[in-house]
Design a protein around this ligand. Structure first.
Ligand SMILES: NC(=O)c1ccc[n+]([C@@H]2O[C@H](COP(=O)([O-])OP(=O)(O)OC[C@H]3O[C@@H](n4cnc5c(N)ncnc54)[C@H](O)[C@@H]3O)[C@@H](O)[C@H]2O)c1
Length: 472
């Protein structure tokens, strides 16, 4: 207890007077903005990444993350407040470490924990008494206790006494001009109360509002609830689009009308499917956790394992259903394109199709899990010649194949058999698209408010006149 008190108090003092050094492991969409916030708060920040490319770009003052301006990185590199390195041993200088490495799914849709394990191994090799380590990567409940704690204890530390461990999920929303890392409330849950207190103190120094919860598991599950909530609600409106199509009703009109209810309804919009590192993947971490007995039993003490064996083996039906509907949306879009071309006595095979917007959502450059990639692949499988334009994405690299974007010209719009709006970036002039294209398949309702000129527009749900009621 004495050890806890002194290690804890020293760390609290160092955080308070900003003499603490902060290490961030993984300098991507999550880690880099977080590193910048710590630097702004007055800490010396050491960013550690395994990628030489990422590190050398950052050290030359260039940001690879759209939401972080290069000028900001350059300023902190120049002042010495931030340095990026591939040298793991530099983490030993840190008093607080945030881990923000990828948590993808394996080919069998199981959690791939290899990045978290190797980042934690690096942190534990460099750990010292009086260090707080916080995992930020989205993951299943139990990860922090089952993976981080044993790796630290293997090195002789006692978590909660000489080192402190917590989970704090990142909620960054790339491209969101209002909510950024600093003003998005941050949930923190530690392995012990002291761990929560220290992680809270660290984050309080640079984030406006911290929400402490009772355990690391509660914090882990909070993030999964948030992303499952989105996945399920997107799945619901996507199904509503299919329902509206069959009924001949305008799904956008219905959603807008429902959105006028001032309580009890939250507006979600349908689209070509879900993308990014979070929504398509994270709910599967929970689904996996609930259907399996355990990840690595060797990490777990017998009481904890017994508790889990009683509670798991459960099928998360909402997650599975939402994923099924959302993952079918690219095929649904392609079906829409085929029908629309058919109306013009054309086949997909041999048609020239321009895909407009390939990033997974509006105004960002992230292609990860983007449904546009599936739409392109499915159209090509059916024999279409597909090109793409996206103001934020100059090229698509997939399976060793590089596809360059085409410029958006009046002629290209006019000669395409169909223009498919997959992502509705604000930088595109959709009126120009309407004025030049012959057929638009608009999966995002980007053309709704525009003047109907040349193009025939097909939406996710085809609107038909209501049938007359025939009296018997
Ligand atoms: N991108 C988002 O919008 C978002 C939002 C919330 C949460 N998250 C979660 O945050 C985590 C990180 O996601 P991201 O989007 O920042 O990933 P990213 O791919 O943008 O960045 C990860 C970085 O970690 C580095 N890295 C990988 N293994 C490493 C190791 N062992 N040691 C040091 N560096 C290593 C990579 O080189 C890369 O630069 C994931 O769990 C993700 O689910 C992401």
């Amino acid at each position: 207890m004495a050890a806890e008190t002194s290690a804890k108090q020293t760390l609290l003092d160092r955080i308070h007077d900003r003499t603490a050094v902060v290490g961030v492991i993984g300098l991507g969409y999550v880690g880099l903005p977080l590193a910048m916030e710590f630097a702004k708060a007055g800490f010396h920040v050491i960013g550690y990444d395994v990628s030489e490319r990422v590190v050398s770009r950052l050290m030359s003052g260039e940001s690879h993350i759209q939401d972080v301006p290069s000028a900001e990185v350059a300023r902190f590199v120049r002042s010495g407040a931030f340095e990026a390195t591939t040298d793991e041993s530099r983490l030993h200088e840190a008093d607080g470490i945030s881990i923000a490495v990828p948590t993808p799914l394996s080919k069998t849709r199981d959690p791939d924990m290899s990045y978290v394990i190797s980042a934690t191994e690096a942190a534990s090799r460099q750990a010292h008494s009086g260090m707080v380590i916080v995992l930020e990567s989205t993951t299943y409940p139990g990860t922090t206790r089952e993976i981080l704690v044993p790796l630290l204890e293997k090195r002789g530390f006692t978590v909660g006494e000489d080192v402190f461990v917590a989970f704090s999920p990142e909620r960054v929303d790339p491209g969101n001009p209002v909510y950024v890392t600093k003003n998005t409330p941050k949930v923190v849950g530690g392995i012990t109360a002291a761990c929560t207190e220290l992680a809270t103190a660290l984050y309080q120094s640079c984030i406006d509002k911290i929400v402490s919860v009772s355990s690391a598991e509660a914090a882990e599950l909070t993030k999964l609830l948030e992303n499952t909530f989105r996945s399920v609600n997107i799945g619901l409106v996507n199904e509503m689009a299919i329902v509206c199509d069959k009924l001949g009703i305008d799904v956008w009109e219905v959603i807008d009308a429902a959105g006028t209810k001032p309580f009890g309804f939250m507006k979600f919009t349908p689209g070509p499917g879900i993308g990014g590192h979070c929504i398509p993947l994270d709910p599967h971490y929970l689904a996996w956790k609930m259907r399996t007995l355990n990840y690595k039993t060797r990490f777990i003490d017998p009481h904890y394992l017994a508790w889990k064996m009683r509670t798991l083996n459960y099928k998360t039906r909402f997650i599975d259903l939402a994923s099924e509907i959302n993952s079918q949306m690219p095929a649904y879009v392609v079906e829409k394109v085929a029908h629309a071309l058919n109306d013009e006595r054309k086949a997909v095979n041999g048609s020239t199709i321009l895909v407009l917007g390939v990033a997974y959502k509006r105004d960002i450059d992230d292609l990860r899990e983007s449904p546009a990639l599936d739409v392109i692949r499915l159209l090509e499988e059916q024999g279409a010649t597909v090109t793409f334009h996206d103001p934020h994405v100059p090229r698509i690299r997939e399976d060793g194949h590089v596809r360059e974007r085409v410029e958006l010209t009046d002629e290209r719009l006019a000669t395409a058999d169909a223009v498919v709006i997959v992502t509705d970036h604000r930088a595109v002039d959709y009126q120009r698209v309407m004025d030049n294209a012959t057929l638009i398949v608009d999966t995002r309702n980007a053309t709704n408010a525009l003047v109907r000129t040349k193009a025939r527009v097909v939406s996710l749900a085809t609107v038909r006149p209501m049938p007359e009621v025939i009296e018997a």
